[in-house]
Design a protein around this ligand. Structure first.
Ligand code: ACO
Length: 333
C-alpha cells in the first residue's frame, strides 16, 4: 500500500476531532467535505455558519452539514474560553479585554478548543502565514514535556526510489525554528526520527547535514552539527544517527563509502536534518520543484498537540492529506 493510502486507512480507524480554523476558505471547505464523507476525521469548521453553508451550497458540497460549525464571534463557550486564556497567559500580563479580542480570532479559538479538550488537532494555514498559525499554538499548547523546540518535518516522496527508504526521505526543520542552537538541533533530530517512525513507519537513519563530512572543513558551523549529533545520542542513546555529513555523502552510497567509511548512516540516510531553517526550507522546495518530488507536510513535531500548518499555495489534496496525518499524530499520542 502507498504511504498516503496507509495514512488515510489508519486515520479512518481513529476518526479524531480536527478543527479547521479557516472555515470559509474554499479549498478548506472542499477538503472538509471529502474527509467528512470518507470518515477520516470529525471536522469542526470555524466561521460564520450562514456564510459557510452558503458557500458549501454554491460549491455543491453535500457533507458540510454533517460538520460542527463554531462562530468565533458568538458561541456558547466564549466566556469560559476567555477566562481560560487569561489564566494561561497571566504570566505575560494578558488582560480580559485583550483575551476577549483574541478569542474572536479563529487561529486562537482553534488552539483553545484543543487546549480545552474539544478537539484533538488542527490544520490551518491556507490563508495565513506560518508565523500567525504557529504563534497561538506555541503560546497556548506549548511543547511536549522535555522538549524545548517545535520544528517542522517534510515527508519527501521522490520519483527515484534508490534514495532514502524506497524513495521516501524525511527532511527537518523545514518550517519553524530559524536558527537552532546545538541542543535545539539535537532535539530536532530526535523529534524527526520519531516522526519518521510514527508517521512514515520506517526505522530512521538520521544524517546531520553540513557543508563538511567528518572534519573535511573546520568552522564553528560544522562544530555545531558535530555537537548536536553527540547531544542527540545523549538524549536518545538508541537513535541511529551520524554527522557531520554532506548531502551527497548522506544519500549516495558510493560517495558515503569514500567520504565517511565505516559510518552506519552515510550513503543510506532516510532522515535528513538541516543545520538551520534556511537550508531546510530551501532544500525541500528545490527537491520538490527540480526533482518533482511530492512534499507532504510540514508535519509539526515537538508540540504538545498535533497542530499543522498548510502552505498558502496548498491544494485540496494537500489539506486532506495533512488532516489524515494530523489524525495519525493525535492517535499516536
Ligand atoms: N519552539 C517552541 N516554542 C517556541 C518556538 C519554537 N520553535 N519559537 C517560539 N516559541 C515560543 C516562545 O518561547 C514564546 O513563548 P511565550 O510567549 O510563552 O514566552 C512564543 O512561542 C512566542 O514566541 P515569539 O518569540 O513571540 O514568537 P515569534 O514571533 O518569534 O514567532 C515563530 C515564532 C512564529 C515560530 C517564528 O520563529 C517564525 O515565524 N518562524 C518561521 C516560520 C516560517 O516562516 N517558516 C517558513 C515557511 S513554512 C513552509 O514553507 C513549509
Amino acid at each position: 500500500m502507498e504511504l498516503l493510502e496507509k495514512i488515510f486507512a489508519n486515520a479512518k480507524k481513529h476518526n479524531k476531532r480536527i478543527v479547521l480554523c479557516e472555515g470559509t476558505e474554499e479549498r478548506t471547505l472542499k477538503a472538509a467535505d471529502i474527509v467528512t464523507r470518507d470518515a477520516v476525521a470529525q471536522i469542526t469548521l470555524l466561521g460564520n455558519k450562514e456564510e459557510i453553508m452558503q458557500k458549501a451550497k454554491a460549491l455543491g458540497l453535500k457533507n458540510i452539514e454533517k460538520t460542527r460549525i463554531v462562530d468565533p464571534k458568538n458561541h456558547e463557550n466564549k466566556d469560559k474560553y476567555i477566562d481560560a486564556l487569561v489564566e494561561i497567559r497571566k504570566s505575560k500580563g494578558l488582560t480580559r479585554v485583550e483575551a476577549s479580542k483574541l478569542i474572536e480570532d479563529p487561529l486562537y479559538l482553534g488552539v483553545m478548543m484543543i487546549k480545552m479538550g474539544e478537539c484533538d488537532g488542527e490544520v490551518t494555514g491556507a490563508m495565513h502565514a506560518t508565523g500567525d498559525v504557529l504563534r497561538p499554538a506555541l503560546q497556548i499548547v506549548k511543547t511536549l514535556p522535555g522538549i524545548s523546540v517545535v520544528s517542522g518535518a517534510m515527508i519527501m516522496i521522490l520519483k527515484d526510489n534508490k534514495f532514502g527508504e524506497d524513495g521516501i526521505l524525511v527532511f527537518a526543520d523545514c518550517a519553524v525554528h530559524p536558527d537552532p542552537n546545538e541542543r535545539e538541533l539535537a532535539e530536532i533530530a530526535v523529534a524527526t526520527a520519531g516522526t519518521a517512525k510514527a508517521i512514515v513507519g520506517f526505522e530512521p537513519r538520521v544524517a546531520m547535514l553540513s557543508f563538511s563530512t567528518k572534519g573535511s572543513a573546520k568552522h564553528a558551523l560544522v562544530d555545531k552539527v558535530v555537537n548536536a549529533t553527540r547531544i542527540a545520542k545523549e538524549i536518545n542513546p538508541s537513535i541511529n544517527i551520524d554527522g557531520e555529513l554532506q548531502a551527497d555523502a548522506a544519500i549516495v552510497e558510493s560517495v558515503g563509502k569514500s567520504k565517511a567509511p565505516g559510518s552506519p548512516i552515510a550513503g543510506k540516510a532516510n532522515v535528513l536534518v538541516f543545520p538551520d531553517l534556511q537550508s531546510g526550507n530551501i532544500a525541500y522546495k528545490l527537491v520538490q520543484r527540480l526533482a518533482g518530488a511530492e512534499a507532504i507536510g510540514p508535519v509539526l513535531q515537538g508540540m504538545a498537540a498535533p497542530i499543522n500548518d498548510l502552505s498558502r499555495g496548498c491544494s485540496v489534496e494537500d489539506i486532506t492529506s495533512l488532516i489524515a496525518i494530523t489524525v495519525n499524530q493525535a492517535a499516536s499520542k
